[in-house]
Design a protein around this ligand. Structure first.
Ligand code: HEC
Length: 453
């Protein structure tokens, strides 16, 4: 009724009274509930709650600053390249409303205007049908960079289709990241036997504790598109296929696949929890990281998987503020693109992926102009699209190993691939589906049996 500037006459009549008053209850709370409180509620990842007027009022100036500069809500993909389902950015009108609210004294307004606040299940941003946890795991005091591989049986007696999933760290202070992947029962047995030791380490890698590193004198190629000179290396770029229900990375929210697209977890599968523990507390703690799964409620037409495209052969010289590293991967089949993720560590600066289609056409499909290790979102496409077999995905990353990078653990070091975050990685991940719809009979049954909680 009292929308600002709706009618000139109205605003003349009401000038300085009703129309000008932007209030928390009427105007600001709906924005915070829709775009902020998923993280800004008690005991979630943000440092303060914005659920109530009392919570938000002391932060009014900081909120204004954060939305005007578009620091909040966090979003790091270039908005001009691709449209994303999970893009949380505010509209200009919403930003103006917050600015006006702060300018006019950050008033509370009439309690009757306040919409009911969203409810949160403790820890989850989804409503899981099933929660699977690792056994209680002790994280020792001095345990600074440790990758644990823990296998949890699903005990599924039939194939299940996962629409959404979220990893919830048991103790956020020590769980640096966690990646949960699906492995078959047979593979799980083999993996359990090998992950504890140095079996995965070849002539170019070494191992300390439970983490792997590239040897300082291993062959170097910042250009993952080049042909390796060393016959022991097949290609500088690798493209691993992974079936990942969910990942917990800094700043990574629950993964919701678009309707009709789901991840298959076959009967008898195990979930592999790869957990990077880093305990700087000075005392041992116990962790019980969990994954929540939401099963597909509607028929699944496409099965989702992920190409993880890496160049692991780079060398970033000490002090280099703009070091370029590329990877090139040619798609072995037609795929439908669903989501992108950029993965680097503290020195990651930007990443861009260009598709070079078989007809020679080139298109930048993804860009993160200001990468921030603390915010590793997966960007789900609003419009899934076909990338034909033979398309070359050329990814270009820049790293900042200079002292100007506030997150840089040590600008004096020359940096190679390594699992700890004070070494680097260069990964572009493409979540995709096969173009052919899957047998609807099979999934119809699975979807029906997983419905109703
Ligand atoms: C995805 C989770 C998430 C969402 C969504 C989010 N925030 Fe935040 N916010 C954080 C985290 C985590 C921090 C602390 C780390 C940082 O500053 O990056 C933060 C920091 C802030 C700060 C700075 C606090 C300080 O110490 O100065 C403000 C202000 C803020 N958020 C406001 C908002 C507003 C307003 C929205 C919605 C328009 C929003 N945030 C949406 C997670 C989130």
């Amino acid at each position: 009724m009292t929308k600002r500037g709706s009618y000139v006459l109205g605003s003349l009549l009401l000038a300085g009274t009703v129309h000008a008053q932007v209030t928390f209850n009427k105007d600001v709370a709906p924005i915070l509930y829709g775009n902020c409180v998923a993280c800004h509620h008690p005991n979630d990842i943000a440092p303060m709650s914005l659920m109530t007027y009392k919570d938000a009022r002391p932060w009014a100036a900081a909120i204004r600053e954060a939305v005007v500069t578009r620091q909040m809500p966090p979003w790091h993909a270039d908005p001009h390249i691709g449209d994303y389902l999970n893009d949380p950015r505010l509209t200009q009108e919403q930003i103006d409303t917050i600015v006006e609210w702060v300018k006019s004294g950050a008033q509370e307004g009439d309690g009757r205007d306040l919409p009911s606040p969203p409810a949160f299940e403790k820890g989850w941003h989804i409503k899981p049908d099933l929660v699977l946890s690792i056994p209680e795991t002790e994280v020792a005091a001095g345990n600074q960079d440790d990758y644990e591989y823990i296998y949890v049986p699903t005990n599924f007696t039939e194939d299940k289709w996962v629409q959404a999933a979220e990893v919830e760290p048991g103790d956020r202070r020590v769980v640096h990241h966690a990646t949960v992947s699906v492995v078959s029962g047979a593979d799980a047995a083999k993996l359990i036997a090998t992950h504890g030791g140095a079996e995965n380490v070849d002539e170019f890698h070494y191992r300390t504790g439970k983490v792997n590193h590239m040897k300082p004198d291993a062959p170097v190629s910042d250009d993952g598109c080049a042909k390796p000179e060393n016959p022991a290396i097949k290609s500088y770029t690798s493209g691993d296929v992974n079936h990942v229900p969910s990942i917990y990375l800094p700043g990574h929210l629950a993964e919701n696949r678009p309707p009709g697209y789901a991840l298959k977890v076959a009967a008898g599968s195990y979930l592999q929890f790869q957990i990077h523990y880093s305990n700087r507390l000075g005392y041992a703690v116990k962790d019980r990281t969990r994954i929540g799964l939401v099963f597909a409620k509607e028929p699944v037409r496409f099965e989702v998987a992920q190409y993880e495209i890496w160049n692991n052969w780079f060398l970033i010289p000490p002090g280099d503020g703009n070091h370029k590293v590329t990877s090139c991967f040619t798609l072995p089949k037609d795929v439908t693109a669903i989501a992108y993720t950029a993965h680097m560590h503290f020195r990651g600066k930007s990443m861009t992926t260009e598709a070079v289609y078989p007809d020679g056409r080139r298109e930048v499909i993804f860009s993160v102009p200001k990468y921030d290790f603390r915010w590793q979102e997966t960007y789900f496409l609003k419009h899934q699209f076909l990338i034909p077999k033979g398309t070359r995905l050329v990814t270009t990353a820049y790293f900042d190993n200079s002292p100007n990078n506030g997150l840089n653990p040590d600008p004096g070091k020359s940096i190679r691939w390594g699992e700890p975050s004070n070494e680097e990685m260069m990964g572009f991940w493409l979540a995709y589906a096969d173009v052919e719809p899957i047998n609807s009979k099979e999934t119809g049954a699975a979807a029906a049996s997983s419905g109703g909680r």
